[in-house]
Write a protein that binds this ligand. Sequence first.
Ligand code: CTP
Ligand code: MG
Length: 251
Amino acid sequence: MTESPVGSEQRSLDDVCFIVPAAGRGERMGAAVSKQYLPLCGQPLLAQTLSRLLALRPRQLVLVVAHDDRRWREIQGVERCTVVVGGDTRAASVLAGLGGVTEAGWVMVHDAARPCVRGADILRLYDAVSHTTTGGLLGVPVTDTVKTVDNNAVIASPDRSHLWLAQTPQMFPRDLLVFALQQGQAQGVRLTDEASAIEAVDVQPQMVAGSRDNIKVTHADDLALAEYYLRQQAVASGNSVESHLSEKTSK
Ligand code: CTP
Ligand code: MG
């Protein structure tokens, strides 16, 4: 049987709030608009991401936008979101998002910039983590050899068997994540994901194997790759990307 990239619509994540940080500037993309608004398979990238998450029927979805963002209202799916204003760093944006969570005990933070996430992977993360106290995240094992480089000189080759690439969603008990992010900010810890904040308070999140096509659209050539993956996933599930999007976001 072919697995739908969106996952089983029979289930709903009714104790989970998604937080979608979308308050970044997309500087590495180098486009005139923030990358979440660039077109991807005929829709803004952010609309593709929201459709994947809303199809899972979470308790709530909090979308975090930049203070000067004038585009979010036009995005398909925002009528089903709580929208809050983010901050200068990703951690500040996620904390702002946490302030908009009303009921759910669990939060899943998912980058707006990962439009190819598979619903089936999100459900697997939920099943693996919802009985823990630590939370966890999706990721994939590193396949390349990794080097530690200082001033252009290779100073180490870490053992690859222990290295994974962190993806999102990252799922944590809401109160634990608030505590960890506040601590991390107060202590000046460099936080590029939520798991780093959790680790910094001596909790070990679970790593759950995800899919390699859950890329973070970062540089200009990632857009073509994301478009390819979305079309591949649509073919595998017998849908077209465009019809899939309009079906899943209207309710
Ligand atoms: N993000 C955010 N608030 C910030 C910075 C980032 O909500 N102050 C969000 C981005 O919108 C993105 C996610 O966090 O969905 C991952 O960040 P990244 O890929 O680094 O996006 P940008 O910060 O927009 O890109 P860049 O670093 O190239 O400027
Ligand atoms: Mg960034």
